[in-house]
Design a protein around this ligand. Structure first.
Ligand code: HEC
Length: 472
């Protein structure tokens, strides 16, 4: 018996370590404080071990290089953590280090600066920021009518117009009731490509309903026309059966609406906080959908003939896509989607493809616990780029105007939490450069090129619409 007893301690230690790795999820930031800070410093700036904040990497700067040192350690310098940390936790530790390097803290409420009145310099064009409309209530979606008037939604349920002289209309009467709760409310607005002939305007919103006495909601798409300040002739374009609705309020509704050159309507639908739903093509949430402009299902949709599948689905595995834009010239559909904590994505959307959420992601949970160790898998799309730490990526638009000639064709990208408007240069389907044009002027929710070539931006907190115009 004795030899077995002697062997026991190391056996116990091993099982304990293995059990630890699978035990209750841990906040990786706390794990750092308890197990790494004594050598790398509380603020990651170094001590016995090197700083993890500077740009001097002994073992390489990539995610894989960091993960390898954390897992395997360095002989005579640092013990590896392969027995203490699961692979998913090692991935979370890499995200944590990236966040700290970017000066990011998930609980941080960024300060907002006053809007500059003077000229703002940038790499290629100096610009001024002009207020188009203010004292609004969470402006959400922007869309221009062919005559140059600007339609916009407010999350609380109002659809309004900025007339050509800059006058702000009253809310359009008779728009659908919405459930303005959590991230839901009145969401996007889009104008039919042949609006001049047919007058159709599309709205996306969280549809308020009741099921077994419980308040539930889901994103719905309708179209209607504006006549004498009123919303008339409404038709439902897409509405899921009640069984698919989720408890009211809550998170991840999507929702952007865009039309392609052939007039098909695409809209994005968040997974409503039920991450596994994104992989299930029998459920509408966590997907991008494609319809005819009147709501009919195109016969060549990828799942149209699959029994039980939601026939409007164009692609799946999307977490909370809030940006959609067709690239001029190529007709390629680009999408931005909110990752969890880390892993905000820019994707090229392809028919029938799986974007991987939550099987693969570059992010971790908000509470610092891991989601998964893997960032890539066969049969799942990789983002063109990802933002880790998260910027809370939102609406996008390709710049098509003439006012800023050197920005033509660039993708304008908005960000809520990090309060940014970015100019993203895309060449041959790749991101080659990024510049932050606006920073800390409020949460940036949507962007559109105006017919005048100015760049129109919906800002929240404070709630307003501004435009970027060239400085003289
Ligand atoms: C006993 C001290 C000690 C502890 C504890 C420790 N490290 Fe280290 N770490 C070091 C030293 C020393 C090095 C440099 C090794 C070398 O010179 O190659 C290092 C290197 C690294 C590197 C690579 C740095 C580079 O420049 O390439 C990373 C990343 C890292 N540690 C992360 C961690 C994390 C995360 C933890 C906790 C889970 C941790 N370390 C715990 C001492 C420590």
């Amino acid at each position: 018996m004795l030899p077995r007893l002697i062997a026991a301690p190391s056996f116990v230690a091993l099982t304990l370590a293995a059990a630890c790795a699978q035990a209750a999820p841990r906040d990786i930031g706390k794990f750092y404080a308890q197990n790494c800070a004594q050598c790398h410093g509380r603020n990651l700036t170094g001590g016995v071990g090197p700083s993890l904040m500077d740009d001097q990497w002994i073992h390489g700067s990539g995610d894989d290089a960091l993960a390898k040192v954390i897992r395997d350690g360095v002989p005579d310098a640092m013990d590896g953590f392969r027995d203490e940390l699961s692979e998913a936790e090692i991935r979370a530790m890499v995200v944590f280090i990236r966040e700290r390097r970017a000066g990011f803290s998930s609980s941080e409420n960024r300060a907002t600066r006053p809007q500059p009145t003077e000229t703002v310099p940038s790499e290629l064009h100096a610009f001024k920021i002009e207020t188009v409309a203010d004292h609004l209530s969470t402006p959400w979606g922007l869309a221009f009518l062919p005559d140059g008037r600007l339609l916009f939604t407010e999350k609380s349920g109002e659809l309004r117009i900025v007339e050509r002289g800059g006058v702000l209309s009253d809310p359009i009467r008779g728009t659908p009731a919405v459930r303005d709760s959590g991230q839901g409310g009145l969401l996007d607005v889009a104008v039919h490509p042949h609006y001049a002939e047919n007058g159709w305007i599309y709205l996306a919103y969280s549809d308020p309903a009741t099921r077994d006495g419980e308040a539930v909601s889901l994103t719905t798409i309708v179209r209607g026309k504006i006549r004498d300040g009123a919303w008339v002739g409404q038709q439902t374009i897409w509405r899921a059966p009640l069984e698919f609705y989720r408890p009211g309020g809550g998170v991840h509704f999507g929702c952007r609406i865009v039309f392609d050159r052939d007039g098909y309507l695409f809209f994005s639908h968040g997974e409503r906080g039920r991450q596994d739903d994104a992989q299930n093509v029998k459920l509408p949430n966590g997907k991008i959908h494609r319809l005819h402009d009147d709501g009919r299902i195109p016969e060549d949709n990828p799942f149209a003939k699959q029994p039980g599948a939601f026939p409007s689905i164009w692609c799946y595995g999307n977490r909370n896509p809030q940006g959609l834009a067709f690239e001029p010239g190529t007709g390629v559909l680009w999408e931005t989607e909110h990752g969890p904590r880390g892993g905000d994505e820019l994707n090229i959307i392809r028919r029938g493809a799986n974007y991987g959420w939550p099987v693969i992601t570059y992010g971790m949970n908000y509470n610092g616990t891991p989601i998964t160790a893997i960032t890539a898998k066969d049969g799942m799309e990789q983002p063109v780029t990802h933002w880790t730490p998260s910027i809370a990526v939102c609406g996008i638009d390709f710049y098509t105007g003439d006012a800023f000639p050197r920005w033509k064709g660039n993708l304008l990208v908005t960000a809520l939490a990090q309060q940014e408007l970015r100019r993203v240069v895309i060449e041959g389907g790749k991101v080659t450069h990024q510049e932050i044009l606006l920073k800390d002027l409020g949460r940036v929710r949507d962007v559109q090129t105006g017919p005048d070539g100015a760049i129109y931006v919906a800002l929240n907190q404070p709630d307003r619409i501004v435009r970027l115009v060239p400085a003289k």
